[in-house]
Design a binder for this molecule. Structure first.
Ligand SMILES: *Cc1c(COP(=O)(O)O)cnc(C)c1O
Length: 235
């Protein structure tokens, strides 16, 4: 299958999963996870109908930006972000999906204030409670969400998660259901102070259809579009 056919296929699968559960397919947007791809491949993906690119690595992203590779699409940062690299990301991406600590939130607020802009963010939840993963625990969410909502140069848009590697079909549905519940709770809580929470980012190549069935509004798909990556670049 060509890249164009794969983009069409993944979008069709998203739409079918949405309809299965009575959702409007237009509520869900495909984020192409473009790590290790070349600028040319990224351009091809955008020409094939990708409207959001998701980048993991600051260095690769900076190189692609210099190439103007993302022209015509929105750009999300989806990888682990070190505070010393915040300067290279704030104001250059439409959404930072992976804000998984108070420390990082502070650094983003400070840089966005310096640039006099408002940076959209998602809070990353370590929904599987895994040692190896970044993100806050569900218990920490209410306080950090309040803090984010009070940051003048940050706009909290929702939540993101990378669940554990799934075991068997339907393996991640319980995690997706928990995320959906956290999302609904925080959305209701935040609506009181005028914050619009409208993004729930979850689901990757192996499980994006289940994520859509459980309420995702953004799915981050790499392998199903671009084929397998070298082993060192799994996530
Ligand atoms: C690489 C990556 C993805 C996509 O993973 P695939 O399994 O290749 O679809 C999604 N989210 C994040 C944060 C990633 O790093």
């Amino acid at each position: 299958m060509s890249l164009e056919e794969k983009v069409a296929q993944v979008k069709a699968n998203i739409a079918a999963a949405a309809r299965e559960v009575g959702r409007d397919p237009s509520e869900i947007t495909l984020v192409a996870a473009t790590k290790v791809q070349t600028s040319d491949t990224i351009r091809q993906a955008i020409a094939a109908g990708v409207t959001i690119c998701g980048e993991n690595r600051v260095q690769e992203m900076t190189a692609h930006l210099a190439d103007d590779a993302y022209a015509g699409a929105a750009l999300h940062f989806i990888g682990h972000l070190q505070t010393n690299k915040v300067k290279q990301v704030v104001g250059r991406v439409d959404l930072i999906e992976s804000v998984g600590s108070e420390h990082l939130l502070d650094a983003i607020q400070a840089q966005a204030a310096k640039l006099d802009l408002v940076q959209d963010i998602l809070l990353e939840i370590n929904i599987g409670g895994e040692e190896s993963k970044s993100g806050i625990s569900p218990d920490e969410l209410p306080a950090l969400a309040q803090k984010a909502a009070a940051c003048p140069n940050v706009r909290l848009r929702g939540l993101m998660a990378i669940p554990p590697v799934a075991e068997g079909p339907d393996g991640n549905r319980p995690f997706f259901q928990k995320m959906r519940q956290l999302y609904v709770d925080i959305r209701d809580k935040m609506s009181d102070n005028g914050t619009t929470i409208d993004c729930l980012s979850m689901g990757m190549s192996g499980d994006y259809e289940d994520a859509v069935r459980e309420g995702a509004t953004l799915v981050r798909v790499g392998t199903a579009l671009f084929g397998p990556r070298p082993p060192m670049h799994q996530v």
